[in-house]
Ligand binder design. Structure first.
Ligand code: NAD
Length: 287
């Protein structure tokens, strides 16, 4: 694994931390971010001047980009590098099943293997390398990448062979996470209105049946503390829940809660643009 060169495109909240862990493990990395690579690249990583440079230099390319349209454009740019080394692209972004499937089809025509590999666990999980990495793609390619995946993730689970299946898994996970965040905010505000303290509410919930990732992690660390710094934008959570909602409509599976939750996240994002997703608590507190 150390002899190959790995490209990394997208050095934001998640990408910078994952890329840093890859470099620390001794993997040869060349990275790029459109907003400025040198100031975001981890020490020890090669700095690329463009996506083309990454495609020419690396056999494998990781992507950690905001959304499906950007992933589509970046993969088109990689394909334009005719004498590229790149033969495998691993997409760690959340883009939804349709984008992953389309991108996978387009890349297979160019003899590039596409691994759909979204992650869960937030910026803190990316820093600590404890992420859950769910992946779908050809068995042999995933097997060959498992050692590298284990550098950035605490749990690596292959969920299928087709690009898009890991995205479906990621969307349903984030729908549950988004629902827990919104519902915990509402329930806490109700408790406060009865004179309970947030600390007390969380103490009881975390030893009771209402506990969830928000009561155990986001509320004590990011909301009770007043820092609102989970490192996941409301815009990205709203994107994920809207993608989930659209896919459920197409799948014709039950969507009552999906309707309400996706609308609420869109409203929060309109009211608090550029906010951290934990700030839904602030939004609901004022409404
Ligand atoms: P971010 O916005 O912090 O980072 C994205 C990075 O991509 C930015 O640095 C941006 O400059 C760069 N970028 C955008 N367009 C580019 C282009 N054309 N070429 C090169 N670089 C480009 O986002 P993030 O929070 O790191 O999330 C990245 C992905 O991971 C998203 O799809 C998100 O939904 C998903 N995700 C985020 C979290 C989280 O907690 N932040 C958790 C799991 C999954």
């Amino acid at each position: 694994m150390a002899t190959n060169v790995y490209g990394f495109i997208g050095l934001g909240n998640m990408g910078a931390a994952m890329c840093s862990n890859l470099v620390k493990s001794g993997i040869n990395i060349i990275c790029y971010d459109i907003a400025g690579t040198a100031e975001r690249a981890p020490r020890g990583a090669g700095i690329a001047g463009s996506i083309l440079d990454v495609a020419l230099a690396s056999e494998f390319i990781f992507l950690s980009l905001p959304d499906g349209s950007i992933v589509t454009e970046v993969t088109k740019d990689i394909v334009k590098a005719k004498s590229r080394k790149c033969h495998t692209i691993i997409d760690l972004s959340t883009t939804g099943p349709e984008t992953a499937s389309k991108v996978g089809n387009n890349l297979s025509k160019e003899n590039i293997i596409f691994i759909d590999a979204p992650v869960s666990g937030g910026k803190s999980g990316a820093v600590a390398a404890t992420l859950a990495l769910m992946c779908s793609g050809p068995d042999d390619s995933i097997e060959g990448l498992t050692e590298v995946f284990n550098v950035i993730a605490g749990n690596v689970i292959q969920v299928g062979q087709e690009p898009g299946q890991a995205q479906a898994m990621k969307l349903l996970n984030n729908f549950l996470s988004a629902t827990a965040m919104a519902a915990t905010s509402e329930a806490t505000i109700f408790g406060l209105s009865h004179g309970l303290e947030m600390k007390t509410i969380l103490s009881v919930l975390n030893v009771s049946s209402g506990r969830n990732t928000s009561t155990e992690d986001k509320f004590p660390k990011r909301i009770l503390s007043g820092t609102f710094d989970a490192g996941f934008a409301t815009a990205l959570m709203s994107k994920d829940v809207s993608l989930y909602h659209d896919q459920v409509v197409k799948a014709k599976t039950p969507n009552d809660i999906g309707d309400v939750v996706s609308r609420l996240w869109r409203q929060t994002n309109s009211a608090l643009p550029n906010s951290d997703f934990t700030e839904i608590y602030r939004y609901l507190s004022k409404s």
